[in-house]
Design a protein around this ligand. Structure first.
Ligand code: PLP
Length: 393
């Protein structure tokens, strides 16, 4: 099906696959092959020169991966997508695909730890970056340089849940002729569509909500055709962090339920956030669905829902937080997010351990902060689990 005038879940289930072209197979077939056979030398030559469309070798393209790329591009309302072997391969793929030595990136001051570490590494390749409080447009303008070629943001920012106004930042990026790149991992295309708000590239760790079941590591970018082609030819074909066909197949299965998984996740997260906010041993809760959330208005205009991630601080600091994390039974103590299973983790010692302590604290990632990725279990059980763990403080 290639009809874009249908709802989100209809696209998530059908887009890019035609059963009639595959012996009636309801699900897209898994083309678990490294290479494709040419009928003669002429055909091989024409495929390489681009005169004839068709597959050559899985690092350059694979039919199962193509279905996934077309489906996610349709869900983000973009023209094209490029799939990678991990979220980090997508992050590095965008940068190596679009930037060169001598360029400058403005990024938000708190980033996923892996991305932070990659941006630090870029200094060895003469690509500089400046971490800026992007919630403040004046602060962005102060840091613009002649060679600023990209503004790179995550919103909500992990794990403080601070939001960035994508439309406002897109306006600045356009003015200075820089790419706006948005990591949309935390919300998925179901809840936020950055391209519609003016971004040039959207990227995902597809490991998270897109897969949804904690069994795949993968990444994907979505943009217009020209940008996608540049990223594919430079950062995928040459660098080689390509998605395996089996992982694309698992993601195609996972994405079919993205809408209903997200609805249930939000329902659970909202109840847990309200419960935690009223708990005497909890000092602060960061969740965009709460009326007390400082950017509640922006959350309501930019996002279709507040998502399934929330962070909180318990009274008693680090020790008390560790007691909670060591005593939960249904929440699993693990990094990652966006799975059907509820996960709990400690950003300071885990996902953000690469960020120096003073920088971490400056942006609100205190030593006592706990991050939760709410799954789709029965919410009464999740609340009971937190209750018994908090009672041990
Ligand atoms: C916001 C965000 N972006 C990118 C990544 C990197 O993705 P991956 O682990 O799939 O390489 C992560 C991983 O946790 C993430 O949380």
């Amino acid at each position: 099906m290639k009809n874009k005038n249908v709802g989100f879940s209809t696209k998530a289930i059908h887009y890019g696959h035609e059963a009639g072209n595959h012996l009636g197979s309801l699900t897209p077939p898994l083309f678990q092959t490294s290479t494709f056979v040419f009928k003669d030398v002429e055909q091989g030559k024409n495929r390489f020169s681009g005169e004839e469309e068709g597959y050559i070798y899985t690092r350059i393209g694979n039919p199962t991966v193509t279905v996934l790329e077309e489906r996610i591009a349709a869900l983000e309302n973009g023209e094209a997508a490029v799939a990678f072997s991990s979220g980090m391969a997508a992050v590095s793929g965008v940068i190596f695909g679009l930037l060169k030595s001598g360029d400058h990136i403005i990024s938000c001051d708190a980033l996923y730890g892996g991305t932070y570490s990659f941006f630090e590494m870029l200094k060895d390749y003469q690509i500089e970056y400046t971490g800026v409080d992007i919630t403040d447009s004046a602060d962005i303008r102060k840091h613009i340089k002649k060679n600023t070629r990209a503004i790179y943001i995550e919103t909500p920012i992990n794990p403080t849940m601070k939001l960035i106004d994508i439309k406002a930042v897109a306006k600045i990026a356009k003015e200075i002729g820089a790419y706006l790149i948005v990591d949309n991992t935390f919300l998925s295309p179901y809840l936020q569509k950055p391209l519609e708000l003016g971004a040039d590239v959207v990227l995902h760790s597809a490991t998270k909500y897109i897969g949804g079941h904690g069994d795949v590591i993968a990444g994907i970018i979505v943009s217009n055709k020209e940008i996608a082609k540049r990223i594919r030819m430079r950062a995928l074909k040459n660098v080689g962090g390509v998605m395996s066909p089996f992982d694309a197949w698992l993601l195609l299965r996972g994405i079919k339920t993205l809408g209903i998984r997200m609805d249930r996740t939000i329902e659970n997260a909202m109840k847990i956030a309200i419960y935690l906010e009223a708990h005497p041993k909890v000092e602060k809760v960061y969740y965009p669905g709460l009326k007390s959330f400082p950017q509640f208005e922006l959350a309501n205009t930019q996002m279709k829902g507040p998502g399934g991630i929330l962070s909180f601080e318990v009274a008693g600091g680090v020790e008390a937080g560790i007691t909670v994390m060591n005593n939960v039974e249904i929440f699993q103590l693990a990094v990652s997010l966006g799975d059907v299973d509820s996960l709990i983790q400690h950003p300071a010692s885990m996902t953000h351990s690469a960020v120096p302590q003073e920088e971490r604290i400056k942006v609100g990632i205190t030593d006592g902060l706990i991050r939760v990725s709410v799954g789709i279990e029965d919410v009464e059980d999740l609340i009971h689990d937190l209750e018994q763990a908090l009672a041990r403080i």
